[in-house]
Design a protein around this ligand. Structure first.
Ligand code: ATP
Ligand code: MG
Length: 574
């Protein structure tokens, strides 16, 4: 059974069952260690192709490879698998490095490039030719494809299959020397055109391609294919366990074949595991690149992107992403993980990590009529309700404050515990206020401000006479407020499986970004740094945007709301 047949629909892990998922690869390694395979060594690698930015799927692979090395006291290399010159770049290499480090892993001095092995890969190809295990085929790519056969029909031998090693060596050297146009010849492994596994039907090892490589420049006009380059790169680096995703399962015989023919230092074990797929998310660098190129998003690090750069900018923490990867485990069955699990784990992490603060996104002006002009009261606010050791801060209260527009209703519905004319609410950390009247704009009729009074005997929030007030609102003193732009994000796709659509872009959520201007934040937030997380009380988790925020003009990102509003929407829908 192939992995496609085993694929399941949506796996929704219980958010409460938050123990680490199982990992069958660790079972395999335990056994390898028990029998003394690889002399007890564990050496893995994370091998991205630098043709895009790391996404959350890569995070699974990073955590698996580096985490496995850590667990067994082994090593993990970073390897840039850069054998495809047309799509790769230094920008992507640097992004991968940054993201692996950010996730909390370290390759020490072991950062390698497949392109550094081009010369050795070429020499090994000569070895295959000399041994009669590879030949130059001079047919068109179409003819080669046609002769390959399919699942039902065996392939046919190429008329060039029996060229002598001498002729092959000569042609291969001239391919390298640039004597032939692109596509004129390929180097193929000589295996078996009748093999049940199509990958074994004389696969192409090298092709001619005149393309500038970001590292080797124009030194080469022939480039090795992935299947040939990858196994040899692994062997040259002394990798023991070569972990890759399930679609390479059918390539494993070729991986082993190449290494069996060559005098390589080691023969790593390839082990395949299930790719991560997330609901409401696209995880293909090609599609993500399309979103970037077509300016659907602002870049690879747009906070709505499932890239590590995007998550970082949005305020996700490496700890949350690692915990997520831990929780989903590593298995051999493809499935879709509910993005709500990632969000749940993020909320748990941020709830503990983020200090509390107050910010008003859509301000409504409130004048405290019995509070003297120019006077300021400083109230003590706890930074974190569960960690008193994180201390307190002073929050200024003055005659004019802002509350959230949503927290006022002129006609209060039943069970409305927030503000309305004639009622009293608590201002968080401060005091009780009562609304006396509403001032409207004479022309538009819009509410411009509320006129309220405060009870000086309720300093700290508890009135002396013990009367009960249910509602508590967040607020910010007008004269002390920091003005900010706040960006509210929602899922980038509004359908659970964007890849199932004919064009994944038709499933984009048109409301994935909402920009709110003129937000008012408490003054302590003036010095916030992009890496610092805050819970804006009653609203969610927020951080300063690392790209667009300046001290004079702060821009904040909402990382995530306090509660999962999608769960409610989906419940209502079903
Ligand atoms: P993409 O289609 O997103 O470009 P890829 O597999 O082509 O993915 P690579 O850069 O070649 O991307 O992958 C580097 C490593 O990360 C590989 O070992 C690959 O198996 C792993 N990887 C990539 N995507 C996922 C995923 N969704 N889940 C788990 N591992 C992944
Ligand atoms: Mg790829």
């Amino acid at each position: 059974m192939t992995h496609a047949e085993q694929a399941e629909t949506v796996v929704t892990p219980e958010p409460t069952a938050y123990e680490a998922g199982s990992n069958f690869i660790h079972d395999i390694i335990d056994e390898d260690l028990r029998v003394g395979r690889f002399n007890g060594r564990v050496h893995t690698r994370f091998p991205p192709e630098p043709n895009g930015y790391a996404h959350i799927g890569h995070a699974k692979s990073i955590c698996l490879n580096f985490g496995t090395a850590q667990k067994y006291g082994g090593l993990c290399n970073l390897r840039l698998d850069d054998t495809n010159p047309t799509t790769e770049s230094v920008e992507y290499v640097e992004a991968f490095m940054r993201d692996v480090r950010w996730l909390g892993f370290d390759w020490q001095e072991r950062c390698y490039f497949a392109s550094d092995y081009f010369e050795r890969l070429y020499e090994y190809a000569q070895t295959l030719i000399k041994d009669g295990k590879a030949y130059v085929d001079s047919q068109t790519p179409e003819a080669i494809a046609e002769q390959r056969g399919d699942f039902y029909r065996p392939g046919k031998d190429s008329p060039f299959r029996n060229r002598s090693p001498e002729e092959n060596l000569d042609l291969f050297a001239r391919m390298r020397a640039g004597e032939f146009p692109d596509g004129a010849h390929v180097l193929r492994a000589k295996i078996d055109m009748r093999a049940g596994n199509l990958n074994m039907r004389d696969p192409v090892l090298y092709r001619i391609r005149r393309a500038h490589h970001y590292r080797t420049g124009d030194a080469w006009c022939i480039y090795p294919m992935y299947d040939y380059a990858h196994c040899i790169s692994d062997a040259l680096e002394g990798i023991t366990h070569s972990l890759c995703t399930l679609e390479f399962e059918d390539h494993r015989p070729l991986y082993d074949w190449c290494l069996d023919q060559l005098p390589v230092p080691t023969h790593p074990q390839q082990i395949e595991f299930a790719r991560l797929a997330l609901s409401y998310t696209v995880l293909s660098k090609r599609k993500l690149l399309q979103l970037v190129n077509e300016k659907v998003v602002s870049g690879w690090d747009d906070p709505r992107m499932p890239t590590l750069a995007g998550y970082r900018r949005r305020g996700y923490t490496p700890e949350a992403i690692r915990a997520f990867c831990d929780r989903i485990g590593v298995g051999r069955r493809d499935g879709v993980v509910d993005v709500a699990l990632l969000e749940y784990i993020l909320r748990e992490d941020l709830n503990a990590r983020a200090n509390r603060a107050m910010g008003v996104l859509r301000p409504l002006r409130v004048v405290i009529e019995n509070f003297p002009e120019g006077h300021v009261e400083w109230f003590e606010a706890q930074n974190h309700p569960e960690y008193p050791e994180r201390g307190t801060r002073k929050v200024p209260f003055s005659r004019v404050i802002y509350i959230e527009q949503d927290d006022f209703r002129e006609v209060a519905p039943k069970k409305w515990f927030r503000l309305s004319p004639g009622t009293e609410v608590r201002l968080r950390y401060a005091c009780l206020i009562k609304c006396n009247s509403v001032v409207r704009n004479p022309t538009t009729g819009e509410i411009e401000e509320l006129r309220c009074t405060w009870d000086p005997d309720s300093r700290g929030g508890t009135p002396k006479d013990g009367r009960k007030v249910k509602g508590t609102l967040h607020w910010v003193s007008a004269e002390h407020a920091v003005d900010a732009e706040v960006r509210l994000y929602d899922r980038l796709f509004s359908q659970e499986d964007p890849d199932a659509a004919d064009d994944f872009k038709t499933t984009l959520n048109p409301n994935s970004l909402e920009i709110v201007h003129n937000c008012k934040l408490e003054p302590a937030l003036r010095s916030a740094k992009p890496s610092e997380q805050f819970q804006f009380e009653r609203l969610g988790y927020f951080c300063v945007d690392s790209r667009d925020s300046t001290p004079d003009r702060q821009v904040w990102n909402r990382t995530i709301e306090l509660r999962d509003t999608w769960a409610k929407i989906e419940q209502r829908g079903s």
